[in-house]
Design a protein around this ligand. Structure first.
Ligand SMILES: NC(=O)c1ccc[n+]([C@@H]2O[C@H](COP(=O)([O-])OP(=O)(O)OC[C@H]3O[C@@H](n4cnc5c(N)ncnc54)[C@H](OP(=O)(O)O)[C@@H]3O)[C@@H](O)[C@H]2O)c1
Length: 242
């Protein structure tokens, strides 16, 4: 229960990987601030699951493509008390290459995957600066952010910029706020399908990650040494090595 009494906001926490991280953080004792966009019923079911398990949680809806909604999210969250950590997980992932990337898709990826984490981090900084309390930010990245290729072009670019932002913010917010990232490999296949057959052959570990491993890595960055900042941990079974 290393996070007991601490409020942790996770964006995109209602479904899939965000939901698994939310459960792990709640298991570690945190009061969970569940952000969601459109997954209203999943967010409510997560809240009731957590609350019936003896955990505390609160729901926050916001469309992260809208800066005005982003800018009020931290203000709404701190009405419940000081915010210990912000986990930027919400993102979009569209199959676009150089030929098929429209300005609209490019902009949407940057708005949700990069601008929203920046605005949330800045608001978190302003809220916590005055209190001088130690706090943490974790950005959810992708191993491909650090080895960009031709596919998923706006997605990869937005995550690469988020990796750069992770390091800039770590320097700007030290020593009060640590800012780290987790670069995921294969965690869950895309919800809209996509061909993941043969993927394990490309992963030195020879398998997908477990959601327990995802939770453990996040909890480590939320509870481990505060001397770790600006770090990006690969949780990809060694995929970035080959
Ligand atoms: N799955 C993997 O194997 C994998 C691999 C590498 C990296 N990642 C990263 O891990 C994170 C979670 O991945 P995932 O596969 O669970 O993602 P996902 O299934 O695509 O879920 C996306 C999440 O982002 C939220 N979101 C998207 N657009 C939003 C908007 N406009 N406003 C508010 N929320 C919005 C969604 O919330 P609502 O549903 O409530 O709208 C949802 O919770 C992402 O950052 C992703 O890039 C995942």
């Amino acid at each position: 229960m290393q996070l007991e009494g601490k409020n942790v906001l996770i964006t995109g926490a209602a479904v899939r990987v965000g939901r698994a991280m939310a459960k792990a953080v709640a298991e570690a004792g945190a009061t969970l601030l569940i952000h969601y966009g459109s997954s209203d019923s999943e967010a409510k079911s997560l809240q009731s699951e957590l609350n019936s398990g003896g955990h505390q949680s609160h729901l926050f809806q916001a469309d992260l493509s809208k800066p005005r909604e982003v800018s009020t999210l931290i203000k709404r969250a701190i009405q419940l008390g000081p915010l210990f950590a912000l986990v930027n997980s919400a993102a979009i992932f569209e199959e676009r290459n150089l030929d098929t990337t429209s300005l609209e898709s490019w902009q949407r990826h940057l708005d949700i995957n990069l601008t929203a984490p920046f605005l949330l981090s800045q608001a978190f900084w302003f809220a916590n600066k005055a209190t001088k309390s130690e706090s943490r930010i974790v950005n959810i990245l992708d191993w491909r952010a650090l080895r960009p290729g031709a596919d998923h072009l706006p997605y990869t670019t937005s995550k690469a910029a988020l990796a750069a932002l992770t390091q800039s913010l770590a320097a700007a917010m030290a020593p009060q706020i640590t800012v780290n990232g987790i670069a995921f490999g294969a965690i869950l296949p895309p919800s809209d399908g996509g061909d993941s057959s043969g993927l394990t052959k490309k992963i030195p570990a020879g398998r997908w990650a477990t959601l327990e491993e995802v939770g453990e890595t996040l909890v480590f960055l939320l509870t481990g040494p505060s001397y770790i900042t600006g770090e990006i941990i690969y949780l990809d079974g060694g995929r970035h090595l080959i």
